[in-house]
Design a protein around this ligand. Structure first.
Ligand code: FAD
Ligand code: NAD
Length: 477
């Protein structure tokens, strides 16, 4: 007789492990099936985010930024630094150590909360049975009153540039987080979030980075005023971003990879030492459910779910990258909490309109809510307020007075509709707007809130004041 749990979660990334912990907190007997094998050859929790995504990328972004700042950013403060030297092995070892600390931490959280980790590949069978195939090939079947599928995503492959991380010439994000030498030239296919973040890492460490982006517009999901400013600043930093450039073929050579692409000037070729392919990610649904389970997928291979993340089968849910919506760790985690609470009979919900986006470049880019172009095309009347960091005392003191805060509010009700930031610590500043949106605040609510001085948050305050033409530290137009 198969063991039966209240909940079995398939996948232990930020969606699945958070769902499992929340289920256990609510008194449900919970198991989590996870198959990840880490760089040491050990089973690991944490999924893409902790092992090869958010955490290692942010660790390298921080290290590379400190290196770059020491070499190029101290002079303005009157501090002369000599003899700065890069120890890439140590930088990588630090990243690996942080990844291990955090992924082991999830194991400890599972133990503390009583979540059972079933190691191996999980597959949904009919009637909420789950088959688990261990590394040694042994198979076990367990039953569950509820199954949460949280199997995540993986990089999209393109025929023109086949990834081989082991060879290390044409790589995906996992390969580009693990170069053991700074490449002289790095080609990047796709100037999206991963391309920009990892392109920035290697640019700061000394690579010449050339980015080939198929579409003509830059950062299409971002507010286009912010995107234009970002493009200007990234180009100034030496990132060679070519828009409207479609890669048609690659050829490995003695010195690296020859990349053929087409742009408005016709067919072109560049040769780079390494090539990163970062053209998006696709859901992991290939071997996640047996046909007799009857799990419905949609066109892109995502598991079909409703607003409460319920799939087409009773008691089966799906969360995180494997379902519609932005592929962001915090979105998956919040879906996990919502589903766990609904399984326990509570009233979990998620406000999909208040999910923050952050791109951890320098300057950082962050936003929440609607963009100006989205409001225009939806015909929603709006007012704009903005404030430049060049007029913010704290940003000046930090020598980081680039970029701006832009706030969009409804023209009639003044309800906050969106906040778009490019500048220092945008990742942190945006949280004020997330909270404001969650509480259905108006721009006047933000404008009437006392902000400490001198802080970067004053730029958010001033942008809110500027919605009504009463910013105090800029000439109102
Ligand atoms: P995953 O994290 O992909 O986890 C899914 C887990 O399921 C994996 O551990 C996998 O082994 C397991 N699994 C899959 N199939 C099975 C199966 N059949 N049986 C057992 N186990 C299975 N997002 C952010 O919000 N902020 C960032 O800064 C950020 N940076 C990123 C940087 C990079 C380089 C990358 C690649 C991604 C980044 N992301 C970031 C995106 C983020 O990593 C994902 O949105 C997030 O990991 C999705 O969580 P998930 O739990 O849905 O899936
Ligand atoms: P992306 O969707 O952000 O960017 C992919 C880019 O590749 C797009 O600009 C697209 O136009 C371009 N592209 C597609 N096909 C192409 C082709 N054949 N040639 C040239 N360009 C092409 O995807 P990504 O950068 O791979 O990241 C995947 C996901 O991971 C993101 O959507 C994001 O949700 C998540 N992520 C988030 C963070 C963060 O939150 N800071 C960081 C990294 C990744």
């Amino acid at each position: 007789m198969a063991k039966t749990y209240d909940v079995v979660v398939i996948g232990g990334g930020p969606a699945g492990y958070v769902a499992a912990i929340r289920c256990a907190q609510l008194g449900l007997e919970t198991a989590c099936v996870e198959e990840w094998i880490n760089f040491k050859g050990d089973p690991a929790l944490g999924g893409t985010c902790l092992n090869v995504g958010c955490i290692p990328s942010k660790t390298l972004l921080e290290s590379s930024e400190q290196y770059h700042h020491l070499r190029h950013g101290m002079g303005a403060h009157g501090i002369h630094v000599e003899g700065v030297r890069l120890d890439l092995d140590k930088m990588m070892a630090r990243k690996d150590d942080i990844v291990l600390q955090l992924t082991n931490g999830i194991g400890a959280l599972f133990k503390a909360n009583g979540v059972e980790w079933l190691q191996g590949h999980g597959k949904l069978l009919a009637e909420r049975q789950v088959e688990i195939t261990a590394r040694d090939g042994s198979v076990e079947v367990v039953g569950a009153d509820n199954v949460i599928v949280a199997t995540g995503s993986r990089p999209i492959d393109i025929d023109a540039a086949r990834v081989d991380n082991a060879e290390g010439l044409i790589v995906d994000s996992t390969g580009a987080l693990d170069f053991r030498k700074v490449p002289e030239t790095l080609g990047v296919i796709g100037a999206g979030v991963i391309g920009l973040e990892l392109g920035s890492v290697w640019n700061r460490l000394g690579s010449k980075v050339i980015m080939l982006e198929a579409v003509e517009d830059f950062l299409v999901l971002a507010d286009q005023q912010v995107a234009r400013e970002a493009l200007r600043q990234f180009k100034k930093q030496g990132l060679d971003i070519r828009l409207g450039a479609r890669v048609i073929a690659t050829q490995k050579t003695a010195g690296g990879v020859e990349v053929s692409f087409k742009d408005k000037d016709g067919e072109q070729k560049i040769t780079v030492e390494k090539l990163l392919v970062s053209v998006g990610r696709r859901p992991n649904t290939d071997n996640v459910a047996a046909p007799e389970a009857g799990l419905l997928l949609n066109e892109g291979g995502f598991i079909h779910v409703d607003d409460r993340c319920e799939a087409n089968l009773p008691g089966v849910y799906a969360i995180g990258d494997v379902v519609r919506g932005p592929m962001l760790a915090h979105k998956g985690s919040e879906e996990g909490i919502m589903v766990a609470e609904n399984i326990a009979g509570q009233h979990g919900h998620l406000n999909y309109d208040a999910i923050p986006w952050v791109i951890y470049t320098n300057p950082e880019i962050a936003w929440v809510g609607r963009t100006e172009q989205a409001l225009k095309s939806a015909g929603i009347p709006y007012k704009v307020g903005s404030f430049p960091f060049s007029a913010n005392g704290r940003a000046k003191a930090m020598d980081a007075a680039n970029g701006m805060v832009k706030i969009l509010a409804h023209a009639q009700t003044d309800a906050l509709l969106g906040c778009h930031i490019i500048g220092p610590f945008a990742s942190e500043l945006v949280q004020e707007a997330v909270l404001a949106l969650e509480f259905h605040a108006s721009s006047e609510d933000l404008a009437r809130t006392i902000h400490g001085h001198p802080t970067l948050y004053e730029a958010v305050h001033e942008a809110a004041l500027s919605v009504h033409g009463r910013a105090l530290h800029k000439i109102n137009t």
